[in-house]
Design a protein around this ligand. Structure first.
Ligand code: ADP
Length: 461
C-alpha cells in the first residue's frame, strides 16, 4: 500500500507540488495571524503604559496647588471623580514620605488612607527622582492571570523639592478583552479560509485526476502514433510485392489472361495503388506528428516542377474530359524548397481538383507576391464547398459528406499533410470556394533569393 502510494506520488509530481502549495498557504495564513496578533498586543501594551504616564502627569499638574498646600482632602475628591470616570484604573494613591516609609494620604481605596506602604519601586522612584513604570502580575482575586502597569511618579514643589509620590496601576484586562475579541474574529476568518482552501483542495483533486488522465491520453496517443507508424511500415513491403507481381501479370509475363482476367487484375491494381497511397499518407502523418519529417530544401526551379505535374496529370484530365491550363509567369524565380515535398503538395492539390471536378477546367497559376514568395494557385470548376464545409477543411480525416462526394474515395488526410508541408517550408495555404462553382487553393513558397535576403536580414539583427 505504502509502495503504491510512493509510486503514485513519484509519477505525479504535480500532485505533491499542488498539495505542498496548499499546506504552505495555510501555514503562512496562520503565521500571519499570529504575527499580527502579537504585534497588536505589543502596541496595545505600549499605549496602556503611555496612558498611565499621561494620567499621572495630568493628575499632578492639575493638582499643583493641592500638593503645595498638602490639601489631601481635595486630592481625595479628585481621585473619587477619576474612579468613576476610569474603572480600569485599579489603584491610584498619593503617598507622603515619612522617614523610611510612605504614608497613604489620598487613595481610590478610601479604606487604605493612613496606612503605611513600603515598596521597592516607591523607594527607587523617590531615590532616582524619576518615573518608574513596571509590568507586574495582577494579584487581585478574579484577575484571571492578567497583568498590570504600575507607574510611580515623584511630585515636586516650586523649589524642586520632592513632596510626595503618586502611584497608579492600570490593569491590562482591557487588552485581554480586546485580544479575545481579535482572536475570535481572526479565528473565524482563518476557519473560513480553511474552508475555502478545503473546497479548493477537493476541486484540485479533480484537476489532479484530469492531469493524470491527460498524461494517460498522451501516452495512448503516442502508442497510437507508434502503432500507425509500425503498421504502415510493415504494410509497405507486401504492397510493393503485390504491385510488382500485378504489373508483371498485366504485362503478360505469365502468359495471356484473357479479357475477364485482365479486367479483374486492373481492378486489383487500382485497389492496391489506393492501399499504397493510404499507407503513404499514414506514414507521412506519423512522420509529421513525431517531428521525423526532414526537409532538404535547396534552390528549386518551380516552373519545371509545375510543367512536369501538368504532364503527369494529362492523361487523367483527358479521361475525365477536363482541360488543364498552366499559367506560369515568364520570369518566375527559383524557390527555396524541398523538391519532393513541393511535388507532393502539387500532386495532392491538383489530384483533388481532378477528383472533385466533373466538368470544366483546372488551372495552375504561378506568380510572385510581395517580392519574397511565389504564389501557386490551383483553380477548378468543380463541386466547390460552402463556408461551413471549409471551416474544418485542413483537419485530419475530415471529408465533406454529401451527394456530390458520394462514391469518391479518399482518406481525408491529403489536405492536412499538404498544409503541414507548406508551412514546414515557410509558406501559407488558403482556400476560396463557392458551392457548385469551383474551388481555388493557393499556397506560397519562399523565393530562393528571398531566402538569401531573409538570411541577411537575420544576420543584421
Ligand atoms: P480526400 O480527398 O482524401 O478525402 P483531402 O484531405 O485531400 O482528403 O480533402 C478533404 C476533403 O476536402 C475532401 O474529402 C473533399 O470533400 C474536400 N476537397 C478537397 N479538395 C477539393 C476540391 N478541389 N474541390 C472540392 N472539394 C474538395
Amino acid at each position: 500500500m505504502i509502495k503504491l502510494g510512493a509510486k503514485y506520488f513519484k509519477n505525479n509530481g504535480q500532485v505533491i507540488y499542488g498539495i505542498s502549495l496548499i499546506i504552505l498557504t495555510l501555514l503562512l495564513i496562520v503565521l500571519n495571524t499570529v504575527v499580527v496578533l502579537n504585534s497588536s498586543k505589543r502596541n496595545m501594551h505600549a499605549s496602556l503604559q503611555l496612558q498611565g504616564l499621561y494620567l499621572s502627569r495630568q493628575f499632578i499638574t492639575t493638582s499643583y496647588q493641592e500638593f503645595a498646600d498638602k490639601d489631601y482632602g481635595s486630592l481625595q475628591d479628585k481621585l473619587d471623580r477619576i474612579r468613576q470616570a476610569s474603572p480600569h484604573i485599579i489603584k491610584m494613591d498619593v503617598l507622603e514620605k515619612n522617614g523610611e516609609i510612605f504614608n497613604i494620604v489620598a487613595s481610590l481605596d478610601r479604606d487604605s488612607i493612613g496606612s503605611e506602604a513600603k515598596d521597592t519601586n516607591y523607594i527607587l522612584s523617590w531615590a532616582v527622582d524619576n518615573v518608574i513604570a513596571t509590568d507586574l502580575p495582577d494579584t487581585r482575586e478574579n484577575s484571571k492571570g492578567s497583568r498590570l502597569w504600575e507607574i510611580v511618579t515623584p511630585v515636586h514643589d516650586d523649589n524642586g523639592d520632592k513632596k510626595a509620590i503618586v502611584v497608579l496601576q492600570l490593569s491590562d484586562e482591557i487588552i485581554a478583552d480586546l485580544e479575545k475579541d481579535i482572536l475570535g474574529k481572526s479565528s473565524a476568518v482563518l476557519l473560513a479560509t480553511l474552508l475555502i482552501v478545503g473546497l479548493l483542495l477537493t476541486l484540485n483533486a479533480r484537476l489532479f485526476e484530469y492531469a493524470i488522465l491527460f498524461k494517460k491520453l498522451k501516452e495512448v496517443d503516442t502508442m497510437k502514433d507508434e502503432f500507425i507508424s509500425i503498421a504502415s511500415h510493415e504494410l509497405r513491403t507486401p504492397i510493393t510485392t503485390i504491385k510488382g507481381f500485378l504489373s508483371m501479370l498485366l504485362e503478360g509475363d505469365y502468359g495471356s489472361l484473357g479479357e475477364e482476367g485482365t479486367k479483374t487484375l486492373k481492378i486489383m491494381d487500382a485497389s492496391v495503388k489506393r492501399l499504397g497511397s493510404l499507407v503513404e499518407d499514414l506514414l507521412n502523418v506519423s512522420r509529421i506528428e513525431q517531428n521525423r519529417l526532414k526537409l532538404s530544401s535547396s534552390k528549386v526551379n518551380a516552373k519545371e516542377i509545375i510543367d512536369s505535374i501538368g504532364d503527369e496529370f494529362e492523361l487523367r484530365v483527358k479521361e475525365k474530359n477536363l482541360k488543364l491550363k498552366l499559367q506560369i509567369a515568364d520570369d518566375l524565380p527559383n524557390v527555396f524548397a524541398d523538391e519532393d515535398k513541393l511535388r507532393q503538395i502539387l500532386v495532392n492539390l491538383v489530384g483533388n481538383s481532378v477528383k472533385y471536378t466533373k466538368q470544366g477546367e483546372i488551372e495552375i497559376i504561378a506568380k510572385v507576391v510581395d517580392k519574397k514568395f511565389v504564389n501557386i494557385t490551383i483553380k477548378d470548376t468543380g463541386i466547390g464547398m460552402t463556408a461551413q464545409e471549409r471551416e474544418q477543411l485542413f483537419e485530419k480525416f475530415y471529408r465533406i459528406q454529401g451527394d456530390d462526394t458520394k462514391g469518391i474515395v479518399g482518406t481525408g488526410l491529403g489536405l492536412w499533410i499538404t498544409k503541414q508541408l507548406v508551412e514546414l517550408q515557410g509558406g501559407e495555404i488558403f482556400v476560396d470556394s463557392i458551392k457548385h462553382v469551383g474551388s481555388q487553393f493557393y499556397f506560397t513558397v519562399p523565393i530562393y533569393a528571398g531566402q538569401k535576403y531573409l538570411d541577411e536580414e537575420e544576420k543584421n539583427k
